[in-house]
Write a protein that binds this ligand. Sequence first.
Ligand code: FAD
Length: 426
Amino acid sequence: MVVEEKKFVTIGGGIGSFTWVDALRIYGVPKKDIAIISPLHTPYQQFKKYCDAIGLTSSHRLRSDSGSRPDNYWGFPGYAVSEIWEEILADKPKAVMKTIVQLIMESLYGDFYTPSAGRVYKSIDSEAKRIGWSEMLYLGIATSIKKLPNTKIAVSLKTQSGATKIIHTHAVLIALGHTRKERKKGIISAYDNHSYIKEQLKKKGGKVVIIGRGATAAQLVEDYIDLAYEKGGIEVISVFRSKNVTGIDSRKLKQKNILGWRLQQFNFPRASFGGSLIDKTDLLWSKASTIPRNSWIHKIRKAHQDCIYKVVGRIPDADFVIDATGFEMNTYSHPLLQKFAGRNKLVKLGKYFEVEALTSNESAVFLSGINALGNGYGPLDSFLGQQYVTDKTIDFLSQQNWSGIHKSSPKQLFMEWWKWIKNKSI
Ligand SMILES: Cc1cc2nc3c(=O)[nH]c(=O)nc-3n(C[C@H](O)[C@H](O)[C@H](O)COP(=O)(O)OP(=O)(O)OC[C@H]3O[C@@H](n4cnc5c(N)ncnc54)[C@H](O)[C@@H]3O)c2cc1C
């Protein structure tokens, strides 16, 4: 059995792992001390699969704001500034003005600025190259995590060739992303490829039902309404368990609502306001809601008037039923984490997102993203949430002698930021 030593290991290799490894490299950890265990080559590969499945392709705008930038540890410049800069270089004065006006007016008029999915992918590619992502990658699946008697952690993995490897380490960050929900027979998941539905509707027409009222459902409803106008003979139906609910937020303000869709005040992933603790104190933010994009609102209102689109409370007879209600919301649902979860199906975490049962003076295991949901901070399953976890883990690690990580001075951080601006490899 091959046993290797690595000071830092991350399991997942998605966006949560990426923000962590990025910070470790910025804080001076050499590539040889880091292992990334993942079945996928690029950090956004899983995210892109989900986005592509719901029709959110590279040219579509995402939901989070300009400063939610997984490739930029400092958050500045945000995507909007980069976009303006590229437009200047490409000599597109109209586009420059449009983005600037949008940024200035975004809280007063028009839609909030959000980056395109393609911009996010491109910027992650560039940063992954800068920090040497592929050189730290162990392609495979982690199969177990154990605390060793000498207080280190042992992570076992199955490589793509089927071999078993063991890595002994001091620190592990686990970010395994979402786990699929079990669905009733005949109901299709929004995150599976369902392009055949469109093909069939194009040929024969029919009824398509979409369950859910979050961002994914909103994207699908828009796509099918477009198809209905293009081809005719297609009816689009949303199913909301509770119709026409108007929420009241923590400031006692009414949440906007059209045709039963709750419109989120700020343009940010719904998950950022979720988390089961926030659920208890602030019901509004944890409820599924969608981004208040003007063109989308206009489209669904018009389709409703034209009798192409309606909202109902129960699943009617239909040709296709698509479930867009999301994923399993508990950590327990991933087999790798099941044995650490308590009866409430959560893994108990400390204030640095460390798994208390696996953390000692010599080692630590952290959870990020949806895997840490329900542990005191809501906005975890988002780019910004994962950067927040990263920062907390760096705080923790900088207090441990074994980590070799020291909090950088403002000057050092500025120098690192300058390297980022110049896209200088580290
Ligand atoms: C459709 C959609 C749109 C979203 N839009 C936004 C947005 O606009 N803004 C925003 O801030 N957030 C958004 N989010 C939320 C969130 O930021 C993303 O889901 C993000 O990709 C989560 O990162 P992650 O690392 O936790 O999971 P992922 O990026 O999904 O990565 C997890 C990885 O773990 C791997 N894995 C699983 N099991 C194992 C194992 N045993 N061993 C090794 N690897 C394993 C998986 O293969 C996967 O590659 C969106 C989410 C979805 C689903």
